[in-house]
Design a binder for this molecule. Structure first.
Ligand SMILES: NC(=O)c1ccc[n+]([C@@H]2O[C@H](COP(=O)([O-])OP(=O)(O)OC[C@H]3O[C@@H](n4cnc5c(N)ncnc54)[C@H](O)[C@@H]3O)[C@@H](O)[C@H]2O)c1
Length: 436
Protein backbone atom coordinates (compact mmCIF):
# COMPACT_ATOMS: atom_id res chain seq x y z
CA UNK A 1 0.00 0.00 0.00
CA UNK A 2 1.53 3.38 -0.98
CA UNK A 3 2.25 5.99 1.67
CA UNK A 4 -0.88 8.20 1.91
CA UNK A 5 -0.55 11.94 1.40
CA UNK A 6 -3.93 12.81 2.89
CA UNK A 7 -2.62 14.23 6.15
CA UNK A 8 -0.30 16.74 4.49
CA UNK A 9 -2.64 18.93 2.46
CA UNK A 10 -4.44 21.27 4.84
CA UNK A 11 -8.19 21.59 4.64
CA UNK A 12 -9.60 21.72 1.07
CA UNK A 13 -13.37 21.57 0.57
CA UNK A 14 -13.06 18.94 -2.15
CA UNK A 15 -11.04 15.72 -1.92
CA UNK A 16 -10.95 14.28 -5.42
CA UNK A 17 -10.05 10.87 -6.79
CA UNK A 18 -9.21 10.83 -10.51
CA UNK A 19 -10.16 7.66 -12.39
CA UNK A 20 -8.39 7.19 -15.74
CA UNK A 21 -4.92 8.55 -16.44
CA UNK A 22 -4.85 9.13 -20.20
CA UNK A 23 -5.21 12.22 -22.37
CA UNK A 24 -8.36 13.56 -20.74
CA UNK A 25 -7.04 12.82 -17.25
CA UNK A 26 -4.14 15.12 -18.12
CA UNK A 27 -6.50 17.76 -19.50
CA UNK A 28 -8.47 17.75 -16.24
CA UNK A 29 -5.23 18.45 -14.34
CA UNK A 30 -4.61 21.46 -16.59
CA UNK A 31 -8.20 22.54 -15.94
CA UNK A 32 -7.65 22.34 -12.18
CA UNK A 33 -4.46 24.36 -12.57
CA UNK A 34 -6.41 27.04 -14.49
CA UNK A 35 -8.94 27.11 -11.63
CA UNK A 36 -6.18 27.58 -9.06
CA UNK A 37 -4.71 30.46 -11.07
CA UNK A 38 -7.90 32.55 -10.98
CA UNK A 39 -9.22 31.54 -7.54
CA UNK A 40 -8.05 34.84 -6.00
CA UNK A 41 -10.13 36.85 -8.50
CA UNK A 42 -13.42 35.13 -7.61
CA UNK A 43 -15.93 36.61 -5.16
CA UNK A 44 -15.79 33.49 -2.94
CA UNK A 45 -12.05 32.91 -3.43
CA UNK A 46 -12.79 29.68 -5.33
CA UNK A 47 -13.23 26.24 -3.87
CA UNK A 48 -10.24 24.41 -2.37
CA UNK A 49 -9.61 21.25 -4.37
CA UNK A 50 -7.04 18.49 -3.74
CA UNK A 51 -6.54 15.50 -6.06
CA UNK A 52 -5.45 13.02 -3.40
CA UNK A 53 -5.45 9.81 -5.43
CA UNK A 54 -5.55 8.54 -9.01
CA UNK A 55 -6.19 5.09 -10.43
CA UNK A 56 -5.53 3.30 -13.69
CA UNK A 57 -4.78 -0.36 -14.45
CA UNK A 58 -1.94 0.97 -16.61
CA UNK A 59 0.70 1.78 -13.97
CA UNK A 60 2.83 3.88 -16.36
CA UNK A 61 -0.14 6.11 -17.13
CA UNK A 62 -0.96 6.46 -13.43
CA UNK A 63 2.65 7.44 -12.64
CA UNK A 64 2.63 9.94 -15.51
CA UNK A 65 -0.54 11.62 -14.25
CA UNK A 66 0.70 11.60 -10.63
CA UNK A 67 3.93 13.30 -11.82
CA UNK A 68 1.92 15.90 -13.71
CA UNK A 69 -0.43 16.46 -10.78
CA UNK A 70 2.58 17.21 -8.59
CA UNK A 71 4.03 19.56 -11.22
CA UNK A 72 0.79 21.39 -12.04
CA UNK A 73 -1.03 21.34 -8.68
CA UNK A 74 1.73 20.95 -6.11
CA UNK A 75 0.63 17.63 -4.62
CA UNK A 76 1.52 14.09 -5.67
CA UNK A 77 -1.59 11.85 -5.47
CA UNK A 78 -1.46 8.23 -4.31
CA UNK A 79 -1.72 5.62 -7.07
CA UNK A 80 -4.08 2.64 -7.35
CA UNK A 81 -4.91 0.11 -10.05
CA UNK A 82 -8.68 0.24 -9.54
CA UNK A 83 -11.33 2.68 -8.36
CA UNK A 84 -12.52 0.18 -5.76
CA UNK A 85 -9.05 0.02 -4.14
CA UNK A 86 -8.76 3.80 -4.24
CA UNK A 87 -12.15 4.35 -2.61
CA UNK A 88 -11.41 1.81 0.12
CA UNK A 89 -8.07 3.46 0.95
CA UNK A 90 -9.38 7.06 0.87
CA UNK A 91 -12.60 7.51 2.84
CA UNK A 92 -12.03 11.28 2.74
CA UNK A 93 -12.57 11.37 -1.06
CA UNK A 94 -15.97 12.99 -1.59
CA UNK A 95 -15.77 13.51 -5.36
CA UNK A 96 -14.77 11.19 -8.17
CA UNK A 97 -13.68 12.52 -11.55
CA UNK A 98 -13.92 9.81 -14.25
CA UNK A 99 -11.81 10.28 -17.38
CA UNK A 100 -11.64 6.71 -18.70
CA UNK A 101 -12.70 5.55 -22.17
CA UNK A 102 -16.46 5.48 -22.71
CA UNK A 103 -17.04 1.71 -22.40
CA UNK A 104 -16.17 1.76 -18.67
CA UNK A 105 -18.23 4.83 -17.68
CA UNK A 106 -21.48 3.17 -16.57
CA UNK A 107 -19.72 0.64 -14.36
CA UNK A 108 -17.41 3.19 -12.71
CA UNK A 109 -20.14 5.80 -12.20
CA UNK A 110 -22.45 3.29 -10.53
CA UNK A 111 -19.63 1.92 -8.34
CA UNK A 112 -18.65 5.43 -7.13
CA UNK A 113 -22.26 6.52 -6.46
CA UNK A 114 -22.98 3.30 -4.57
CA UNK A 115 -19.88 4.03 -2.48
CA UNK A 116 -21.49 7.36 -1.52
CA UNK A 117 -19.34 9.64 -3.69
CA UNK A 118 -20.39 12.51 -5.97
CA UNK A 119 -19.38 11.90 -9.59
CA UNK A 120 -18.25 13.95 -12.55
CA UNK A 121 -17.86 11.75 -15.64
CA UNK A 122 -16.42 12.71 -19.01
CA UNK A 123 -18.83 12.76 -21.94
CA UNK A 124 -20.47 10.54 -23.07
CA UNK A 125 -22.30 9.66 -19.85
CA UNK A 126 -22.20 6.01 -20.98
CA UNK A 127 -21.60 3.99 -24.14
CA UNK A 128 -25.30 3.15 -24.56
CA UNK A 129 -28.61 4.60 -23.36
CA UNK A 130 -29.05 1.55 -21.12
CA UNK A 131 -25.72 2.37 -19.49
CA UNK A 132 -26.93 5.97 -18.99
CA UNK A 133 -30.16 4.73 -17.42
CA UNK A 134 -28.19 2.65 -14.90
CA UNK A 135 -26.17 5.70 -13.84
CA UNK A 136 -29.32 7.82 -13.47
CA UNK A 137 -30.95 5.16 -11.29
CA UNK A 138 -27.82 4.94 -9.09
CA UNK A 139 -27.72 8.73 -8.73
CA UNK A 140 -31.37 8.83 -7.69
CA UNK A 141 -30.87 6.05 -5.15
CA UNK A 142 -27.70 7.51 -3.62
CA UNK A 143 -28.88 11.13 -3.58
CA UNK A 144 -25.39 12.13 -4.77
CA UNK A 145 -24.53 14.53 -7.58
CA UNK A 146 -24.00 13.13 -11.07
CA UNK A 147 -22.51 15.58 -13.56
CA UNK A 148 -21.27 15.13 -17.13
CA UNK A 149 -18.08 16.88 -18.22
CA UNK A 150 -19.47 18.53 -21.36
CA UNK A 151 -17.08 21.40 -21.97
CA UNK A 152 -17.98 22.80 -25.39
CA UNK A 153 -21.16 24.65 -24.40
CA UNK A 154 -19.12 26.51 -21.70
CA UNK A 155 -17.20 28.37 -24.41
CA UNK A 156 -18.00 32.11 -24.03
CA UNK A 157 -18.86 32.19 -27.72
CA UNK A 158 -21.51 29.51 -27.25
CA UNK A 159 -22.94 31.58 -24.39
CA UNK A 160 -23.04 34.48 -26.90
CA UNK A 161 -24.77 32.35 -29.56
CA UNK A 162 -27.38 31.31 -27.01
CA UNK A 163 -28.00 34.97 -26.06
CA UNK A 164 -28.21 36.01 -29.73
CA UNK A 165 -30.85 33.34 -30.34
CA UNK A 166 -32.80 34.13 -27.18
CA UNK A 167 -32.70 37.85 -27.87
CA UNK A 168 -34.11 37.37 -31.37
CA UNK A 169 -31.04 38.22 -33.49
CA UNK A 170 -32.23 35.94 -36.32
CA UNK A 171 -35.94 36.09 -35.48
CA UNK A 172 -37.69 32.74 -35.19
CA UNK A 173 -35.20 29.89 -35.71
CA UNK A 174 -36.09 27.74 -38.73
CA UNK A 175 -33.17 25.44 -39.48
CA UNK A 176 -29.85 24.28 -37.97
CA UNK A 177 -27.17 22.82 -40.25
CA UNK A 178 -24.31 21.07 -38.47
CA UNK A 179 -21.67 19.56 -40.74
CA UNK A 180 -18.25 18.11 -39.87
CA UNK A 181 -15.97 16.47 -42.45
CA UNK A 182 -12.53 15.24 -41.47
CA UNK A 183 -10.60 12.10 -40.61
CA UNK A 184 -9.87 10.18 -43.83
CA UNK A 185 -8.55 6.78 -42.72
CA UNK A 186 -6.61 8.14 -39.70
CA UNK A 187 -6.85 6.85 -36.15
CA UNK A 188 -8.52 9.54 -34.05
CA UNK A 189 -6.25 9.86 -30.99
CA UNK A 190 -6.73 6.31 -29.61
CA UNK A 191 -7.60 2.88 -31.07
CA UNK A 192 -10.64 2.46 -28.76
CA UNK A 193 -12.45 5.27 -30.60
CA UNK A 194 -12.83 2.89 -33.56
CA UNK A 195 -14.30 -0.02 -31.59
CA UNK A 196 -18.06 -0.39 -31.69
CA UNK A 197 -18.60 -1.23 -28.01
CA UNK A 198 -17.26 2.17 -26.93
CA UNK A 199 -19.90 3.90 -29.01
CA UNK A 200 -17.08 4.64 -31.42
CA UNK A 201 -16.00 7.81 -33.06
CA UNK A 202 -19.52 9.05 -33.81
CA UNK A 203 -20.58 8.96 -30.16
CA UNK A 204 -17.23 10.38 -29.04
CA UNK A 205 -17.44 13.36 -31.40
CA UNK A 206 -21.21 13.51 -31.78
CA UNK A 207 -22.27 14.09 -28.17
CA UNK A 208 -20.62 17.52 -28.26
CA UNK A 209 -22.72 18.63 -31.25
CA UNK A 210 -25.83 16.93 -29.89
CA UNK A 211 -25.45 18.77 -26.59
CA UNK A 212 -24.87 22.10 -28.33
CA UNK A 213 -27.81 21.77 -30.72
CA UNK A 214 -30.11 21.21 -27.73
CA UNK A 215 -28.39 23.92 -25.71
CA UNK A 216 -29.02 26.44 -28.50
CA UNK A 217 -32.63 25.63 -29.37
CA UNK A 218 -34.17 23.23 -26.85
CA UNK A 219 -35.49 19.70 -26.92
CA UNK A 220 -35.39 17.52 -30.01
CA UNK A 221 -38.34 15.21 -30.64
CA UNK A 222 -37.72 13.05 -33.75
CA UNK A 223 -34.81 11.87 -35.86
CA UNK A 224 -34.39 10.16 -39.22
CA UNK A 225 -31.04 9.20 -40.62
CA UNK A 226 -28.42 6.60 -41.41
CA UNK A 227 -24.91 5.62 -40.30
CA UNK A 228 -22.14 3.80 -42.17
CA UNK A 229 -18.75 2.22 -41.52
CA UNK A 230 -16.64 3.41 -44.46
CA UNK A 231 -12.97 3.10 -43.44
CA UNK A 232 -12.50 -0.38 -42.00
CA UNK A 233 -8.73 -0.07 -41.57
CA UNK A 234 -7.25 3.01 -39.96
CA UNK A 235 -3.65 4.19 -39.66
CA UNK A 236 -1.75 6.69 -37.49
CA UNK A 237 -2.29 10.17 -38.88
CA UNK A 238 0.58 11.17 -41.20
CA UNK A 239 0.39 14.76 -39.98
CA UNK A 240 -0.35 16.40 -36.64
CA UNK A 241 -3.87 17.28 -37.72
CA UNK A 242 -5.58 16.64 -34.38
CA UNK A 243 -5.87 19.86 -32.39
CA UNK A 244 -5.49 18.12 -29.03
CA UNK A 245 -2.20 16.44 -30.06
CA UNK A 246 -0.38 18.39 -27.29
CA UNK A 247 -2.19 16.38 -24.59
CA UNK A 248 -1.72 13.02 -26.35
CA UNK A 249 1.88 13.29 -27.56
CA UNK A 250 3.11 10.90 -24.87
CA UNK A 251 1.00 8.08 -26.33
CA UNK A 252 1.26 8.76 -30.07
CA UNK A 253 4.44 6.63 -30.51
CA UNK A 254 2.54 3.68 -28.96
CA UNK A 255 -0.14 3.67 -31.67
CA UNK A 256 -0.28 0.38 -33.62
CA UNK A 257 0.55 0.37 -37.36
CA UNK A 258 -3.13 -0.05 -38.07
CA UNK A 259 -6.49 -0.56 -36.37
CA UNK A 260 -9.34 -2.68 -37.70
CA UNK A 261 -12.34 -0.42 -37.16
CA UNK A 262 -15.69 -1.86 -36.12
CA UNK A 263 -17.34 1.47 -35.29
CA UNK A 264 -19.21 3.54 -37.86
CA UNK A 265 -17.67 6.75 -39.16
CA UNK A 266 -20.49 8.49 -41.05
CA UNK A 267 -23.76 9.78 -39.57
CA UNK A 268 -26.20 11.80 -41.62
CA UNK A 269 -29.83 12.78 -41.32
CA UNK A 270 -32.50 15.18 -40.12
CA UNK A 271 -34.19 15.99 -36.84
CA UNK A 272 -37.02 18.07 -35.47
CA UNK A 273 -37.17 20.34 -32.44
CA UNK A 274 -40.16 20.59 -30.12
CA UNK A 275 -40.32 24.24 -31.24
CA UNK A 276 -40.96 23.15 -34.84
CA UNK A 277 -37.48 24.10 -36.08
CA UNK A 278 -35.62 21.42 -38.02
CA UNK A 279 -32.00 20.30 -38.18
CA UNK A 280 -29.70 18.69 -40.67
CA UNK A 281 -26.68 16.87 -39.18
CA UNK A 282 -23.69 15.16 -40.79
CA UNK A 283 -20.54 13.83 -39.15
CA UNK A 284 -18.23 12.54 -41.86
CA UNK A 285 -15.18 11.12 -40.07
CA UNK A 286 -13.93 9.38 -43.22
CA UNK A 287 -13.51 12.49 -45.40
CA UNK A 288 -10.41 12.33 -47.61
CA UNK A 289 -8.63 15.48 -48.75
CA UNK A 290 -11.11 17.66 -46.87
CA UNK A 291 -11.47 19.25 -43.46
CA UNK A 292 -14.61 21.29 -42.95
CA UNK A 293 -16.72 22.57 -40.07
CA UNK A 294 -19.98 24.26 -40.87
CA UNK A 295 -22.64 25.29 -38.40
CA UNK A 296 -25.43 27.61 -39.54
CA UNK A 297 -28.66 28.64 -37.85
CA UNK A 298 -31.27 30.18 -40.16
CA UNK A 299 -34.22 32.21 -38.84
CA UNK A 300 -37.06 34.48 -39.96
CA UNK A 301 -34.83 37.58 -39.93
CA UNK A 302 -31.33 36.36 -40.65
CA UNK A 303 -28.67 33.69 -40.23
CA UNK A 304 -25.85 32.95 -37.79
CA UNK A 305 -22.68 31.38 -39.12
CA UNK A 306 -20.75 29.78 -36.28
CA UNK A 307 -17.02 29.08 -35.99
CA UNK A 308 -15.52 25.62 -35.33
CA UNK A 309 -15.79 24.56 -31.66
CA UNK A 310 -13.09 25.87 -29.33
CA UNK A 311 -11.56 28.18 -31.94
CA UNK A 312 -12.25 31.67 -30.56
CA UNK A 313 -14.46 32.82 -33.42
CA UNK A 314 -15.64 34.64 -35.38
CA UNK A 315 -19.44 34.43 -35.14
CA UNK A 316 -21.06 36.07 -38.18
CA UNK A 317 -24.59 37.51 -38.15
CA UNK A 318 -26.34 38.38 -41.39
CA UNK A 319 -29.77 40.04 -41.35
CA UNK A 320 -32.13 41.29 -44.04
CA UNK A 321 -32.01 44.78 -42.51
CA UNK A 322 -28.18 44.98 -42.36
CA UNK A 323 -26.12 46.05 -45.38
CA UNK A 324 -23.05 44.16 -44.11
CA UNK A 325 -22.48 41.06 -41.96
CA UNK A 326 -21.68 41.68 -38.28
CA UNK A 327 -18.84 39.82 -36.61
CA UNK A 328 -17.32 42.10 -33.98
CA UNK A 329 -18.61 44.36 -31.21
CA UNK A 330 -21.74 45.06 -33.28
CA UNK A 331 -22.98 41.57 -32.36
CA UNK A 332 -23.49 42.78 -28.81
CA UNK A 333 -26.35 45.10 -29.90
CA UNK A 334 -28.28 41.94 -30.82
CA UNK A 335 -27.47 40.08 -27.58
CA UNK A 336 -28.37 42.46 -24.74
CA UNK A 337 -28.75 39.54 -22.31
CA UNK A 338 -25.17 38.27 -22.90
CA UNK A 339 -23.28 38.26 -19.58
CA UNK A 340 -20.68 35.70 -18.52
CA UNK A 341 -20.41 34.32 -14.99
CA UNK A 342 -17.54 35.54 -12.74
CA UNK A 343 -15.37 32.44 -13.29
CA UNK A 344 -15.62 32.61 -17.10
CA UNK A 345 -14.85 36.35 -16.93
CA UNK A 346 -11.77 35.63 -14.78
CA UNK A 347 -10.58 32.92 -17.18
CA UNK A 348 -11.22 34.82 -20.44
CA UNK A 349 -10.52 38.34 -19.14
CA UNK A 350 -13.72 40.01 -20.41
CA UNK A 351 -17.37 40.03 -19.43
CA UNK A 352 -18.78 40.13 -23.01
CA UNK A 353 -16.14 38.85 -25.45
CA UNK A 354 -17.18 38.49 -29.13
CA UNK A 355 -14.03 36.53 -30.04
CA UNK A 356 -10.64 35.65 -28.52
CA UNK A 357 -7.17 34.57 -29.65
CA UNK A 358 -5.84 31.62 -27.65
CA UNK A 359 -4.14 28.32 -28.50
CA UNK A 360 -6.26 25.16 -28.33
CA UNK A 361 -4.43 24.12 -25.13
CA UNK A 362 -5.31 27.40 -23.46
CA UNK A 363 -8.94 27.26 -24.57
CA UNK A 364 -9.24 23.64 -23.44
CA UNK A 365 -7.89 24.16 -19.92
CA UNK A 366 -10.23 27.14 -19.37
CA UNK A 367 -13.33 25.23 -20.53
CA UNK A 368 -12.40 22.17 -18.45
CA UNK A 369 -11.90 24.53 -15.46
CA UNK A 370 -15.45 25.84 -15.89
CA UNK A 371 -17.05 22.38 -16.00
CA UNK A 372 -15.03 21.24 -12.97
CA UNK A 373 -16.00 24.35 -10.99
CA UNK A 374 -19.66 23.85 -11.89
CA UNK A 375 -19.45 20.32 -10.47
CA UNK A 376 -17.74 21.43 -7.24
CA UNK A 377 -20.27 24.23 -6.74
CA UNK A 378 -23.18 21.88 -7.35
CA UNK A 379 -21.86 19.49 -4.69
CA UNK A 380 -21.14 22.30 -2.21
CA UNK A 381 -24.52 24.01 -2.70
CA UNK A 382 -26.58 20.83 -3.16
CA UNK A 383 -27.87 22.12 -6.53
CA UNK A 384 -28.03 20.60 -9.99
CA UNK A 385 -24.92 20.86 -12.17
CA UNK A 386 -25.49 22.53 -15.56
CA UNK A 387 -25.07 19.20 -17.40
CA UNK A 388 -26.57 16.55 -15.12
CA UNK A 389 -27.23 12.87 -15.85
CA UNK A 390 -30.53 13.59 -17.61
CA UNK A 391 -28.87 16.13 -19.93
CA UNK A 392 -25.98 13.74 -20.57
CA UNK A 393 -28.42 10.98 -21.53
CA UNK A 394 -30.21 13.25 -24.00
CA UNK A 395 -26.96 13.81 -25.91
CA UNK A 396 -26.22 10.07 -26.01
CA UNK A 397 -29.81 9.30 -27.12
CA UNK A 398 -29.63 11.93 -29.86
CA UNK A 399 -26.59 10.25 -31.43
CA UNK A 400 -28.05 6.74 -31.14
CA UNK A 401 -31.35 7.92 -32.63
CA UNK A 402 -29.53 8.15 -36.00
CA UNK A 403 -28.19 4.59 -35.67
CA UNK A 404 -31.58 3.22 -34.62
CA UNK A 405 -33.45 5.09 -37.36
CA UNK A 406 -31.03 3.64 -39.92
CA UNK A 407 -31.54 0.05 -38.71
CA UNK A 408 -35.32 0.38 -38.25
CA UNK A 409 -35.79 2.17 -41.58
CA UNK A 410 -38.10 4.77 -40.02
CA UNK A 411 -37.89 7.96 -38.00
CA UNK A 412 -37.60 7.45 -34.23
CA UNK A 413 -38.65 9.63 -31.30
CA UNK A 414 -36.05 10.70 -28.77
CA UNK A 415 -38.47 9.51 -26.07
CA UNK A 416 -38.39 5.90 -27.31
CA UNK A 417 -34.59 5.97 -27.57
CA UNK A 418 -34.21 7.45 -24.06
CA UNK A 419 -36.58 4.87 -22.62
CA UNK A 420 -34.51 2.11 -24.28
CA UNK A 421 -37.59 0.52 -25.89
CA UNK A 422 -36.65 -2.17 -28.43
CA UNK A 423 -33.64 -0.38 -29.89
CA UNK A 424 -31.96 -2.93 -32.19
CA UNK A 425 -28.64 -1.20 -32.88
CA UNK A 426 -27.74 -0.78 -29.21
CA UNK A 427 -28.83 -4.32 -28.40
CA UNK A 428 -25.59 -5.62 -29.92
CA UNK A 429 -23.55 -3.08 -27.93
CA UNK A 430 -25.37 -3.89 -24.72
CA UNK A 431 -24.40 -7.55 -25.20
CA UNK A 432 -20.75 -6.57 -25.79
CA UNK A 433 -20.85 -4.39 -22.65
CA UNK A 434 -22.54 -7.04 -20.48
CA UNK A 435 -25.71 -4.91 -20.24
CA UNK A 436 -28.13 -7.33 -21.89
N1 LIG B 1 -14.49 16.79 -23.53
C1 LIG B 1 -13.58 16.61 -24.46
O1 LIG B 1 -13.22 17.52 -25.18
C2 LIG B 1 -12.94 15.26 -24.57
C3 LIG B 1 -11.80 15.08 -25.35
C4 LIG B 1 -11.19 13.82 -25.36
C5 LIG B 1 -11.74 12.79 -24.64
N2 LIG B 1 -12.89 13.00 -23.92
C6 LIG B 1 -13.50 11.88 -23.19
O2 LIG B 1 -12.64 11.50 -22.12
C7 LIG B 1 -12.69 10.09 -21.93
C8 LIG B 1 -11.27 9.54 -21.98
O3 LIG B 1 -10.71 9.78 -23.26
P1 LIG B 1 -9.12 9.81 -23.46
O4 LIG B 1 -8.90 10.41 -24.80
O5 LIG B 1 -8.49 10.43 -22.28
O6 LIG B 1 -8.78 8.25 -23.48
P2 LIG B 1 -7.37 7.58 -23.15
O7 LIG B 1 -7.41 6.24 -23.76
O8 LIG B 1 -6.27 8.53 -23.51
O9 LIG B 1 -7.37 7.46 -21.56
C9 LIG B 1 -8.17 6.56 -20.85
C10 LIG B 1 -7.41 6.05 -19.63
O10 LIG B 1 -8.33 5.34 -18.80
C11 LIG B 1 -7.66 4.16 -18.33
N3 LIG B 1 -8.67 3.19 -17.90
C12 LIG B 1 -9.37 2.32 -18.66
N4 LIG B 1 -10.21 1.60 -17.88
C13 LIG B 1 -10.04 2.03 -16.61
C14 LIG B 1 -10.63 1.69 -15.36
N5 LIG B 1 -11.57 0.75 -15.27
N6 LIG B 1 -10.21 2.35 -14.24
C15 LIG B 1 -9.26 3.30 -14.32
N7 LIG B 1 -8.67 3.66 -15.49
C16 LIG B 1 -9.06 3.05 -16.62
C17 LIG B 1 -6.79 3.73 -19.50
O11 LIG B 1 -5.76 2.83 -19.07
C18 LIG B 1 -6.27 5.08 -19.97
O12 LIG B 1 -5.10 5.45 -19.26
C19 LIG B 1 -13.63 9.54 -23.00
O13 LIG B 1 -14.90 9.36 -22.46
C20 LIG B 1 -13.67 10.64 -24.05
O14 LIG B 1 -14.88 10.71 -24.78
C21 LIG B 1 -13.47 14.20 -23.86
Amino acid sequence: MPQSNKDSIGDPAHFVGLVGCGGMGLRHLYGLQALQEVAGQLPDGGQGVAVVAVCDPNRDNAEFIADNAEKLLGLRPDIYATQAEMLAAHPEINEIDITTGSASHHHLVVEALEAGRHVLVEKPLAATVRGCNLTLAAARKSGKTLAVAENVRRDPLNRLVKALLQDGAIGRPYLVVDYIATGGDSILLTPWRHQKETGGILLDVGVHSADLMRYYLGDITTVSGVTRLLEKTRYPSPDKAVVSEFFYKRWLPDLPDKVEATAEDLLSGHFQYASGAVGQWTIMQAAHSDKRNMRLIYGSKGVLELPPDRSGGPIVLRRDDLANPLKDQGLLDYAPSYRLDPLTVALFGESRPVNYQLSFEEIDRRLVAIELADFFEAVAAGKNPEVDGAEGRKAVAMVYAFFEAGVLGRSVTLAEVEQDQGMPYQQELNVLLGLD
